[in-house]
Design a protein around this ligand. Structure first.
Ligand code: TMP
Length: 236
């Protein structure tokens, strides 16, 4: 596998071409941003942790029937993934009220939701990733009705699998964000990453935050929090 030219640089990852037109290499950075890039910083070692963690979780999901972009871990920070066209939606599932859900609906953070919720945001930093409904998605031609149903089905399945998996590590899955992509033949697969950047993880007993909220909210201890989740995942 030869690493070719850089195709794209996002806020947390770079994407490189390979000698195979169906595959790309993602390279995880330590850069951290919040509020659509307004707050910038570094979480030392984050790229290494998120690469390994996301790959472990994607493999667990794949084994349980959720198709993903994962192909092969290349190094500490680099992974070969299927080349996809990202569906420009942030797919957010929530089990417990927190963050923008608490703010929008006036529900105290930590309130257990009666049933898991799903929402879409339009992936567009300039617009502040606005909330978008199914009708908007159809009107804008971002996905078909069938694709929306497939994405929602996978997202809820990921929730059940990931919730159970994290609970064994004494971690509560509060909420998370997924992104999906389409391969050349139109197959929808789970893409992007699953990590403390994209999930809210709370310790089951203490409710301590073990995720990027520590950075977003200037709480400190983000390096240790990412390391702690990784430690529990590796069974160390
Ligand atoms: P929110 O409560 O701020 O809307 O966040 C919901 C979940 O989505 C939370 O687990 C953090 C994650 N998230 C991202 O992965 N990227 C983002 O840009 C935002 C705003 C949230």
């Amino acid at each position: 596998m030869t690493k070719g030219a850089q195709m794209y640089e996002g806020k947390a990852k770079k994407v490189f071409a390979t000698d195979d037109p169906t595959l790309v290499i993602v390279d995880y950075k330590d850069d951290a941003t919040a509020f659509n890039g307004e707050k910038k910083g570094t979480i030392l070692g984050k790229g290494v942790i998120n690469n390994r963690m996301s790959n472990l979780l994607m493999q667990m999901l794949e084994q349980n029937g959720v198709p993903t972009h994962f192909v092969k871990e290349l190094s500490e920070r680099e992974t070969v993934v299927k080349k996809v066209t990202i569906v420009p939606l942030e797919v957010i599932i929530r089990n417990i009220a927190a963050g923008s859900f608490s703010k929008r609906f006036g529900v105290e953070e930590g309130t257990v939701l009666k049933t898991p919720s799903l929402e879409f945001s339009l992936k567009n930093d300039d617009l502040g990733d606005p909330l978008i409904n199914d009708y908007h998605v159809l009107s804008l031609g971002l996905a078909t009705k069938e694709e929306i149903a497939t994405i929602a089905g996978y997202a809820f399945k990921v929730n059940e699998l990931l919730k159970a998996f994290m609970l064994k590590l004494d971690i509560e899955l509060v909420d998370f964000k997924l992104e999906f992509g389409k391969t050349a033949d139109g197959t929808i697969v789970l893409a992007d990453e699953i990590s403390p950047d994209t999930c809210r993880f709370w310790d089951v007993h203490t409710h301590e935050k073990l995720d990027k909220d520590r950075f977003r909210r200037n709480m400190g201890g983000e390096v240790e929090a990412y390391q702690e989740v990784m430690r529990r995942l590796m069974g160390e």
